[in-house]
Design a protein around this ligand. Structure first.
Ligand code: F6R
Length: 363
């Protein structure tokens, strides 16, 4: 049932304030503590984390790496499951192995988990299907409470994965005494405000549709982001290519001048994801290099960022203000809606893109 929407993907994008709120409700107590039912998980026992997943779930891991390292001061390595499993990496003691999977049945992710059995100190998974193989074979399985996801392109599962991972990061920061009580409380109240901010972003639907109409004529699109927005650029490019079949690539903004800027000319739209945070000025200078080569910039930023930097851009998409750490969750919305409306404009099969399956149970 598409609940009045044209596609399951549109329905699942629209559901996000509700499911994000549900996920937050499950992982926060009314008193503002992190509620992770597996009580014995204690991050002071771990020296490092390895995170393994495929596709969109691997971008949730990459986002969490920035959070774990900056907020909990815990080193994290992220890998895609198909590479991890055959590399046979050494797993030092006191390593927590984390697997993220919507379906909980992805063959490569499950094989990577089995490789870690008996090697990692503990195995934790973040899944949408609690009865799945990956959940059953983990020491700890944390459900994301996103509800059934039908569209092949993952949307609400991604943002709910990020919410659960963020709660886990706060738990880690607490266990490791890496955070002040004040900063902890700020993050908690930020999380509580998130569903309303996501709703506000969804109200920009028409603006994103307008931007998508422009994108739908492109042959190649670049996505740029810096720091914790880099994984979001990767996610935006993946969403766009999988459902609109437009070639899209993402780069860390600082990598632009090391090669990809050679691609930029007046035919190439460049989507820049840049909330007005501590790295904003750096990203803006990369964006100006793009515009100097006639690249067409779509700037996704908040009102402050737009006011400071949208001179000369091709198109502006304004996001509501959000606490810095939570920007990746909010900026998933424009990434999804740009891809969705571009695919609709091109008339592709949004919910069932060619060559793709919802659950990849073969390697
Ligand atoms: C992209 C997408 C895929 C999945 C990947 C992992 O929109 O849906 O990249 O994220 O196949 O699937 P799960 O999370 O089920 O392991």
């Amino acid at each position: 049932d598409k609940a009045g929407h044209k596609h399951f993907m549109a329905k699942e994008i629209a559901e996000q304030p509700g499911v994000i709120g549900a996920a937050i409700g499950h992982y926060l107590t009314p008193e503002g503590e992190i509620n992770i039912s597996t009580q014995d998980i204690d991050f002071s026992q771990f020296d490092r984390i390895i995170m393994v997943a495929c596709g969109t779930a691997s971008y949730a891991c990459l986002t969490a790496k920035y959070w774990f390292e900056q907020i909990a001061r815990l080193p994290v390595e992220v890998d895609v499951a198909s590479e991890f499993r055959y590399r046979e990496p050494p797993i030092p003691p006191r390593t927590l192995a984390v697997f993220v999977s919507q379906s909980g049945e992805t063959a490569d992710t499950l094989a990577a988990l089995r490789y870690c059995e008996g090697k990692a100190a503990r195995i934790l998974s973040v899944v949408n299907v609690p009865e799945s193989s990956i959940a059953r074979e983990s020491d700890y399985a944390l459900p994301i409470h996103a509800g059934v996801e039908v569209g092949v392109a993952s949307t609400k599962a991604f943002t709910c994965q990020l919410v659960v991972l963020f709660a886990l990061v706060l738990k880690a920061a607490r266990d490791r005494e890496a955070i002040t009580a004040e900063a902890f409380a700020d993050h908690i109240s930020g999380l509580r405000g998130l569903p309303a901010i996501v709703s506000t972003a969804l109200e920009q639907n028409n603006t994103m549709q307008e931007a998508a109409l422009k994108l739908s004529h492109a042959r190649d699109v670049l996505f740029l982001g810096r720091g914790q927005m880099y994984p979001l650029a990767l996610e935006g490019a993946l969403k766009l290519k999988e459902i609109s079949y437009i070639h899209a690539e993402a780069y860390a903004s600082g990598e632009l001048k090391h090669g990809p800027i050679a691609l930029v000319d007046e035919h190439v739209p460049v989507v820049v994801m840049a909330p007005r945070d501590a790295l904003f000025d750096k990203t803006v200078s990369n964006m100006q290099e793009v515009m100097a080569r006639k690249g067409k910039v779509i700037l996704i930023s908040d009102s402050k960022g737009q006011a400071e930097a949208n001179d000369g851009v091709w198109f502006s998409i304004e996001m509501p203000p959000v606490p810095d750490a939570l920007a990746p969750i909010l900026y998933a919305i424009p990434a999804q809606l740009l891809a969705y409306h571009t695919a609709v404009a091109k008339g592709t099969d949004v919910d069932q893109p060619r060559n793709l399956a919802k659950s990849v149970t073969v390697e």
